[in-house]
Write a protein that binds this ligand. Structure first.
Ligand code: FES
Ligand code: FES
Length: 153
């Protein structure tokens, strides 16, 4: 069975096992290693990507779920790293080791797509499932809140 979907605007067609996790295809077959493997059990958020604009955990998303849909990874969020969240991440010096950060940004980007003016509570709620072993939570929230505030201007 052929499964077709797009990844960062590029068409992908595969006859791999339909139950293979999307994360494996992204990292091991397409070489898109910005998306990280953390727990493999939908518990940490490190593997978060967008499926038709919604945040999903690619470690537990079988590729059959992507059939006919748009997958966006951190590499495809902007052509040159200029998405407002990426800019704010630099301004606020958010990352420490960086391992969780692609997932954090992709979760925040999905929130901003759904709700361009989220409240502080919305931001905390949306990001509550994305874990950071380095404890960068305050900087993450500050950066997302700044982007949300700027979008009010
Ligand atoms: S690696 Fe997917 S949620 Fe942890
Ligand atoms: S920056 Fe190290 S795990 Fe989040």
């Amino acid at each position: 069975m052929k499964i077709k979907f797009t990844v960062n605007g590029k068409e992908m067609q595969t006859d791999l096992d339909p139950d293979m996790p999307l994360l494996w295809v992204l990292r091991d077959i397409m070489g898109l290693t910005g998306t990280k493997f953390g727990c493999g059990k939908a518990l940490c958020g490190a593997c978060t990507v967008h499926l038709d604009g919604a945040a999903v955990r690619s470690c537990v998303t079988p590729i059959r779920s992507a059939e006919g849909r748009r997958v966006t990874t951190i590499e495809g969020l902007s052509p040159d790293g200029s998405h407002p969240l990426q800019t704010a991440w630099v301004t606020y010096g958010v990352p420490q080791c960086g391992f969780c950060q692609a997932g954090q940004i992709m979760t925040a980007a999905a929130l901003l797509q759904q709700k361009s003016r989220p409240s502080a509570e919305d931001i905390t709620q949306a990001l509550s499932g994305n874990l950071c072993r380095c404890g960068t939570y305050n900087r993450i929230r500050d950066a997302v809140f700044k982007v949300a505030q700027d979008s009010k201007a």
